[in-house]
Design a protein around this ligand. Structure first.
Ligand code: KG4
Ligand code: ZN
Length: 334
């Protein structure tokens, strides 16, 4: 079975082709350069850029996979959560292709896609498991009692982890998007240099908060500047990153215990973070957990993960009606 995946929920235009569990094409057109000077993704600009990028990218993906549209058996497309104007571009293309070729359509939840990035070219492990989903828009711990079913057991009360990375990176003058730049800067820093708070680490539940940590970084920078001291960007980056990572790691291990599983899956752009990968692998294993981490290139937004969920849902007979609307606040399917 050949599944075409399309992802346009934020600022990456992405097309992938998955043929019987083998990834035959996985292309991404980035548009960071268009948003950089605004310090964040501008929805209208993102939607327009998707319109320009999508058709040529689709043509290149088919070429990569050495197939034409007529060989496709199903189309999977992100239908939410995300920016509504951006989602609509991918959805219109997906609907047009299914209408023209007569193959089925499958609308995919972007967050389900993020942890299915672990299953591209491999089989999912036996549920139950816990998924930690950390991206620019979401931070959540999800109990997956059976494949395709979700119970959110914890989430952020304010900013998403990626958002916190981006905001602190901006404060430190590291540009946009901030996560990767902060990750790189932290490599030369001392994670123990500044003792930042670990918000809600001892809250007894599985929820997160980023605001206290963000404020602590801002206060520290202001105090150092007022005292006429030079701030060390690497030390600050490493200390901030360690604080976020500490909380993510301890809550993820706690979630696995609460749910009664030994399998933990990670997904989302922040899982590209070097320190988070390292710590979850080491601390998770020390806690007796099996931690699955997607390949680096499948952590940030891509269409391979969307094709992967879509193919699995199509294979069990699911279909999405052509009149489905984009849902910017789509919840994980119960
Ligand atoms: O999943 P994603 O590509 O898009 C959303 O669904 O939001 O996640 C993007 C987020 C951004 O906030 C970005 O700064 C963050 O993931 N990110 C990172 C790293 N790479 C991307 N954060 C920390 N360290 C990284 N290496
Ligand atoms: Zn994402």
């Amino acid at each position: 079975m050949i599944t075409l995946g399309i992802e346009t929920s934020c600022d990456e235009t992405a097309v992938a082709i998955l043929a019987d569990g083998a990834l035959r094409a996985n292309l991404i057109a980035r548009q960071e350069h268009l948003h950089e000077r605004y310090g964040g993704v501008v929805p209208e600009i993102a939607a327009r850029a998707h319109v320009e990028a999508l058709n040529p990218l689709l043509a290149r993906a088919l070429e990569h996979a050495s197939i034409d549209l007529g060989s496709i058996d199903g189309v999977a497309v992100t239908v939410g959560p995300g920016l509504v104007g951006a989602l609509l571009v991918g959805m219109a293309a997906a609907k047009a292709i299914t209408l023209a070729t007569g193959v089925p359509l499958l609308g995919v939840n972007h967050l389900e896609g993020h942890y299915w990035a672990n299953f591209v070219e491999t089989e999912p492990p036996e549920p139950p498991f816990v998924a930690l989903i950390v991206s620019g828009g979401h931070t959540m711990l999800v109990h997956v009692p059976a494949l395709f079913h979700h119970v959110v057991v914890g989430q952020t009360l304010d900013d998403a982890a990626g958002e916190a990375f981006d905001k602190v990176a901006r404060l430190l003058g590291l540009g946009f998007p901030g996560g990767p730049a902060l990750d790189a800067a932290a490599k030369d820093g001392d994670p123990g240099a500044v003792a930042f708070p670990r918000p809600m680490e001892a809250s007894g539940d599985l929820d997160f908060s980023m605001s206290g940590l963000k404020t602590a970084v801002l206060r520290h920078v202001r105090a150092e500047q007022a005292a006429g001291r030079e701030i060390s960007v690497p030390d600050l980056a490493a200390s901030f990153q360690e604080a976020i990572v500490d909380v993510q790691v301890s809550k993820t291990i706690a979630a696995a215990k609460q749910v009664g599983t030994e399998t933990v899956l990670l997904g989302g752009g922040v899982v590209a973070n070097t320190r988070l990968r390292e710590r979850l692998r080491a601390d998770g294993e020390a806690a007796g957990l099996r931690v699955l981490i997607p390949p680096l290139e499948l952590c940030t937004d891509n269409a391979a993960m969307i094709a992967c969920v879509g193919a699995a849902r199509l294979a069990r007979g699911e279909r999405t009606a052509l009149d489905i609307a984009a849902d910017p606040n789509l919840q994980l399917p119960a």
